[in-house]
Design a protein around this ligand. Structure first.
Ligand code: GAL
Length: 827
C-alpha cells in the first residue's frame, strides 16, 4: 500500500472533520451506501485512441447511470454467438465520468471501487493509468489519490474489451455492477477490512471473533482507538469492545466479543447483526465501517449431511447464472430479491453461484431470505473451454481473484462453501490435483471456517487421479446413480449433486401426442416435463430417487433455477460457418433448462419441485384445457402434489383418485449413466381424459381430507388485457422495480393459453420502462421496446421508479382487446 506524504495528524483531522458523514465504507451494503458513484457517466462503444485523455471530446457520448449492460440493448443477431445469447457481448467500449472533489479532502485517500466490470477493464484518471482487472465477475478497488485534482475537474475513463467466445453463457457487457468513490482519512479500515467468525455458539452465548485491519497512511505511527459495537436487527447495541493499537502502516487486530442469548441466523429465521467498527485517534473519529453478519454454526457430516445450527438441512438448491432475464446483467437489488423469492416459494434453500463470483447484492438477498450459498470462483483453470475464457488470465490473476472473492464474501452467514471450479478440464489430468490443492489451500488460508468444493462432471477420473481428494466436499454434476459408490469407496468423502437434471421445457407449450425429444418446428420444448436437453440430462424424479437412496448426500442443485440468456440447449448446435458456434438452431437464444422461464413465470416443473420441497399443501395440474378440434380425444393430464392422493374432475365428473407413490407414471429417462428405459416415477400422477371444453379440476387429499385444489378452464376468445403488479408501492430511488405480469384474458378472466397478441405499453409519471419479456426462448424482440407479443397468454413488463415521489401511470393495450390501466406509487 502506498503511503501518503506525512501529515500532522491533528491538523489533518480538523481538515477532514466536515466530511466524515460521507466516509462510511461498508463492504456488505453496496446498493444503498452513500458513496454511490453510479450517476452521470458518459458511454460509447468503439475504439478511442485518446479515450483516456482528460481533454478528449466526449460531448457526443451517451449519458447514463450505472450499473449498465450494453449487450442487453441488442439487437439480437444471428451473427452474434447464440451460446452467449445472440447479443453483442463483445467489442470495445468506453465509460467516462467528469467529477469534482472539494479541496477539503486534501490528505485523504481516494479510491474507486467497482463491484465488477465486464470485462478486461482498464482505468485511467486524468489521463494517467491507474490499473486494470480482466475478470469481469470480481470486485476491485483502485487507488486514485496520486492523480486526483482537488477543486478541479477530474476525468475517470474506463475501457472495457470483452471478446467473443469468452463465456459459455450470457455474460453481459459493461460496468454492470455498482461503483463507489471512497474518500478515506489516512487512518481507516481498508477494503474487506473485517473478518468475522463465530467459533462458539450456544443458546446462552456466542463468541464473535472480529479481525479488523486498520491502515495508516499518515506516515507516523499512531495510537488508534478501535471501538467495535455489535448491533441487533433493531439497531440496539448488544455488545461492545474497545482496544488501543499502535498502527504503523497497517495492522490487523483480532478481538473476541460475547453476545448473550444470540438470535441465530437460520433458513427459517435469518437474523442479522451488524458490527460497527469505529476508528479514532485522540478522540477524533477517522472511520466508521459497518459489516453485516450472522451468528450460526455450519457442519458437514458424512452421516448427517449439512447441519445448520446443529440441525440437519437437506440442500434443495439451484444453480443460477447472474443475468436477470430481460433486465440483463446490470445488477439490480430488487431483481435479485424477486428471483430468489420465486425460488424460495418453490422450496429452494440453497444457491450455487454458477460459475463465478456473485454480486454483493445476491449475497445480501440470500443473507436476508435465509438461503445458503456455494460461492463459485471459476469455470476454467489453465485449460480453456472457450477460446477467450478465464484460462487466458489464470496464471496471472487466479490467486488475486480467489483471495479477493473470499475476503469480500466471508462475512456472509449465507455462504457455506467455496467452490474452486466447475467441470474444470484438469479433472482428467494426471497432475490436475496439484492445482486443486493450491486453490484449496488459498481458500483455507483466507477462511478456514468453510469447506471447499468442486463440481465434477467426469467419473471416475477425478477419483483416480486423486483430484477429488484435494477438496473438502465433492460435488457431482449429473451422476445421481454414483453417490453411494463414491461414499463407499472413499471413506472420508461427503458428496452432493452440484448440478442435476437439466431437463428442458418452454412455458405453456404442450405438444400432443407427448414428445420425448424436442420438435424443431417452433424451437420450443413441450412442457410435459419429459424432454431432456443434453445427453447427460435426466428428469428431476431420477434425482429425487437418488437423494432418497443415498440420504447421506447433502442434497442437490438443479441446473438451473431460472432460464438464462445463452446456451439455448436443446437447440444449440454448432455452426462454424457463422461467427462462432451454436447458431444452427437460431432464433433460439436462451436456455430451456429451468422450472421458471426467463421472466420468472413458473413452468409446470416448478410445481414438481414444490411438491417435493414444500409442506404447505399444494396441487398442480397440466396441460391447459383449450384443445379445440380434439373433442373426444384422450388428453394426457398430469398432477403434482405434496399431498397423498389427487382426484381429477372434468366438468364435475370424476376420473378417479390416484395415490402418490403408488400409481406410478412412466417417463423416459435416457442419460449416460442410467438404463435407457422407461422410468417409473412416484412423483407424478396421470390420467388420460377425453377432451371436452369446460373445467379441469384437481383435488388433493391428505388422510382423506381435501387440502388443496386447482382448476383450469377452457378460455374463450381473447377479450382483455390484465395487469398484475408484484408491488404497487416502490421506492422513489431511481432503482426500484415493479414487475407487472401482463395476461391476455377472455371475457370471464380466464387466461388465454395460446394467445400471442401484440401489446403496447405507455408509461408516464415517476417511472420508466425497464424491460419487457415473455419467456419465449426464441423471441428476437427487443427487451427495451414498449411493444411485446404475449407468449402463451403472458408477458412481463418491468417499470423502474424515478427519484421523485408520485405515481407511475401504466397503460397496456392491444388491438381488439379492452386495455388496462394501473398505477404504481413511488415513495
Ligand atoms: C454443465 C455445465 C453447465 C451447463 C450445463 C447444461 O455441464 O456445468 O454450465 O452447461 O452442463 O446441462
Amino acid at each position: 500500500m502506498r503511503a501518503l506524504k506525512p501529515f500532522s495528524v491533528a491538523v489533518l483531522f480538523l481538515l477532514v472533520a466536515s466530511f466524515f458523514s460521507c466516509e462510511v465504507s461498508n463492504q456488505s451494503v453496496s446498493v444503498l451506501d452513500d458513496q454511490n458513484f453510479n450517476k452521470n457517466w458518459l458511454f460509447s462503444k468503439g475504439s478511442f485512441k485518446e479515450g483516456s485523455s482528460i481533454v478528449f471530446d466526449d460531448s457526443a457520448w451517451r449519458s447514463l447511470n450505472l450499473p449498465h449492460d450494453w449487450a442487453i440493448e441488442g439487437p439480437f443477431d444471428k451473427k452474434y454467438n447464440a451460446r452467449t445469447g445472440g447479443l453483442p457481448v463483445h467489442g470495445e467500449a468506453w465509460y467516462r465520468k467528469h467529477f469534482t472533489i472539494s479541496k477539503d479532502h486534501q490528505g485523504k485517500r481516494i479510491s474507486i471501487e467497482f463491484d465488477g466490470a465486464m470485462n478486461e477493464a482498464k482505468v485511467w484518471l486524468n489521463g494517467e493509468y491507474v490499473g486494470e482487472r480482466p475478470y469481469g465477475y470480481i470486485g476491485f478497488e483502485l487507488d486514485l489519490t496520486k492523480h486526483i485534482k482537488l477543486g478541479e475537474e477530474n476525468v475517470i475513463a474506463v475501457q472495457l474489451f470483452p471478446k467473443d467466445l469468452a463465456a459459455r453463457w450470457y455474460s453481459g457487457a459493461g460496468i454492470y455492477r455498482n461503483v463507489r468513490l471512497k474518500i478515506n482519512n489516512p487512518i481507516h479500515i481498508p477494503q474487506y477490512g473485517t473478518y468475522i467468525t463465530t467459533p462458539e455458539v450456544s443458546k446462552e452465548k456466542a463468541l464473535v471473533n472480529i479481525a479488523t485491519t486498520i491502515a495508516n497512511l499518515s506516515g507516523v505511527t499512531s495510537k488508534v482507538h478501535l471501538k467495535t459495537q455489535i448491533k441487533d436487527a433493531a439497531g440496539a447495541v448488544v455488545a461492545e469492545h474497545s482496544s488501543e493499537i499502535d498502527v504503523n502502516t497497517e495492522s490487523t487486530t483480532p478481538i473476541q466479543i460475547t453476545v448473550e442469548n444470540p438470535k441465530l441466523w437460520d433458513i427459517k429465521n435469518p437474523v442479522l447483526y451488524k458490527a460497527v467498527s469505529t476508528v479514532s485517534v485522540d478522540g477524533h473519529v477517522t472511520d466508521e465501517y459497518n459489516t453485516d453478519f450472522g451468528i450460526r454454526t455450519i457442519e458437514f457430516d458424512r452421516e448427517n449431511g449439512f447441519l445448520l445450527n446443529g440441525n440437519s438441512v437437506e440442500l434443495n438448491g439451484v444453480c443460477m447464472h447472474h443475468d436477470q432475464g430481460p433486465l440483463g446483467a446490470a445488477i439490480n437489488y430488487r431483481a435479485k430479491q424477486r428471483q430468489m423469492q420465486i425460488m424460495q416459494d418453490m422450496g429452494v434453500n440453497a444457491l450455487r453461484t454458477s460459475h463465478n463470483p456473485p454480486s454483493p447484492e445476491i449475497l445480501k438477498v440470500c443473507d436476508e431470505l435465509g438461503i445458503v450459498v456455494i460461492v463459485e470462483a471459476f469455470d476454467e483453470w489453465k485449460m480453456g473451454k472457450v477460446e477467450n475464457g478465464y484460462n487466458k488470465y489464470f496464471d496471472e490473476w487466479h490467486e488475486i481473484d480467489l483471495r479477493d472473492m473470499i475476503k469480500r464474501d466471508r462475512n456472509h452467514p449465507s455462504v457455506i462453501m467455496w467452490s474452486i471450479g466447475n467441470e474444470i478440464l484438469e479433472q482428467s489430468k494426471k497432475d490436475g490435483w496439484k492445482l486443486a490443492k493450491h486453490l484449496n489451500d488459498i481458500c483455507h488460508d483466507e477462511d478456514n471456517t468453510r469447506p471447499t468444493t468442486v463440481g465434477f462432471n467426469y467419473f471416475p477420473a477425478p477419483f483416480v487421479n486423486k483430484l477429488a481428494d484435494q477438496v473438502d466436499i465433492v460435488g457431482m454434476n449429473y451422476w445421481p446413480e454414483r453417490y453411494n459408490e463414491i461414499m463407499e469407496e472413499n471413506p472420508n468423502m461427503i458428496v452432493y449433486g452440484s448440478e442435476t437434471s437439466s431437463l428442458t421445457s418452454s412455458r405453456g407449450v404442450y405438444h400432443l401426442p407427448i414428445e420425448f425429444t424436442q420438435k424443431h418446428e417452433t424451437n420450443h420444448v413441450s412442457s410435459y416435463d419429459v424432454i431432456v436437453g443434453p445427453p447427460w440430462a435426466y428428469a428431476p424424479d431420477v434425482e429425487f430417487d437418488a437423494q432418497a437412496k443415498e440420504p447421506r448426500s447433502l442434497g442437490e442443485f438443479i441446473w438451473t433455477g431460472f432460464d438464462y440468456l445463452g446456451e439455448p440447449t436443446p437447440y444449440g448446435g454448432r455452426d462454424n460457418s457463422t461467427n462462432g458456434y451454436w447458431n444452427d438452431d437460431w432464433p433460439s437464444r436462451s436456455s430451456y433448462f429451468a422450472p421458471v422461464d426467463l421472466c420468472g413465470f413458473p413452468k409446470d416443473r416448478y410445481y414438481l419441485y414444490q411438491s417435493q420441497w414444500t409442506e404447505t399443501p399444494m396441487v398442480h395440474v397440466l396441460p391447459h384445457w383449450n384443445w379445440e378440434g380434439k373433442e373426444g380425444e384422450k388428453i394426457p393430464v398430469f398432477a403434482y402434489t405434496n399431498a397423498e392422493e389427487v382426484e381429477l374432475f372434468v366438468n364435475g365428473k370424476s376420473y378417479g383418485k390416484k395415490v402418490k407413490g403408488k400409481d406410478l407414471v412412466e417417463i423416459p429417462s435416457e442419460y449416460h449413466d442410467f438404463n435407457k428405459a422407461l422410468y417409473k416415477s412416484k412423483y407424478r400422477l396421470s390420467w388420460q381424459v377425453p377432451y371436452q371444453p369446460g373445467t379441469l379440476k384437481v383435488v388433493a387429499y391428505k388422510s382423506g381430507k381435501e387440502v388443496a385444489t386447482k382448476e383450469v378452464k377452457t378460455a374463450g376468445a381473447p377479450a382483455k388485457v390484465k395487469l398484475l403488479a408484484d408491488r404497487h408501492n416502490i421506492k422513489a430511488n431511481g432503482e426500484d422495480l415493479s414487475f407487472i405480469t401482463v395476461r391476455i384474458e377472455d371475457e370471464s378472466g380466464n387466461l388465454c393459453p395460446n394467445a400471442d397478441n401484440l401489446l403496447t405499453f405507455s408509461i408516464q409519471g415517476e417511472g420508466v420502462l425497464a424491460a419487457v419479456g415473455s419467456g419465449d426462448q426464441t423471441s428476437l424482440e427487443s427487451f427495451q421496446s414498449n411493444k411485446r407479443k404475449a407468449f402463451n397468454g403472458m408477458c412481463l413488463l418491468v417499470v423502474k421508479s424515478s427519484e421523485a415521489t408520485g405515481e407511475i401511470k401504466i397503460e397496456a393495450s392491444s388491438n381488439g382487446l379492452t386495455s388496462e390501466r394501473l398505477i404504481v406509487k413511488t415513495n
